[in-house]
Write a protein that binds this ligand. Sequence first.
Ligand code: XMP
Ligand code: MG
Length: 188
Amino acid sequence: MRRTTKSQQVARVLFSEAQLSAMVGRVAREIERDYRALGEPPVLLGVLNGSVVFLSDLMRALEIPCDVDFVAVQSYRGERSTGAPQLRLSPKTPLAGRHVLVVEDILDTGVTLSYLCREYLPQFDAASVKLCALLDKPSRRLPGAVCADYAGAVIPDLFVVGYGLDYDEAYRDLPYIGVLSGAPEHKE
Ligand code: XMP
Ligand code: MG
């Protein structure tokens, strides 16, 4: 989908910049409370590419120290749902004994994060693994999939873009989260 302006084909704003900022602050306070009690800085493990904007705001909002690393997972979605997720980039930080907080843009069916948390990450013997998703879209969650320990907002079954979230790699640069008009799935 080509566009000539940043907001082209965005039907409406779901979360403004101000709302996102408040959301990130609220999640950061929850994370601080829990990880201060543990006494060890967490490793924020961002899932590329969608989490980068949220992660960069979250790490700056946190008033506790943290380390940052990344994983990349190839997921298959919608009609391309032909295979299991595959890891494309592994973390460089030794995770053994660390408290790992996986940071993701959106938890949808849960396939990606269930793979990461249950199949990929256990080999590292982390002290704990928790999940933080900016958005939680529970309507399409598969039975038995992982849940978010921290979520900025629960949203209905809409295809959303911006603030790191893409449609075919476009729209990640929007500073707000919008609902796309004309996306093949979850169209308004
Ligand atoms: P699953 O289904 O594995 O999906 O939980 C997680 C990944 O799917 C992408 N996703 C979206 N991307 N708008 C997007 O831009 C959406 O509404 C949406 N829903 C799912 C996203 O990459 C997420 O990491
Ligand atoms: Mg993603």
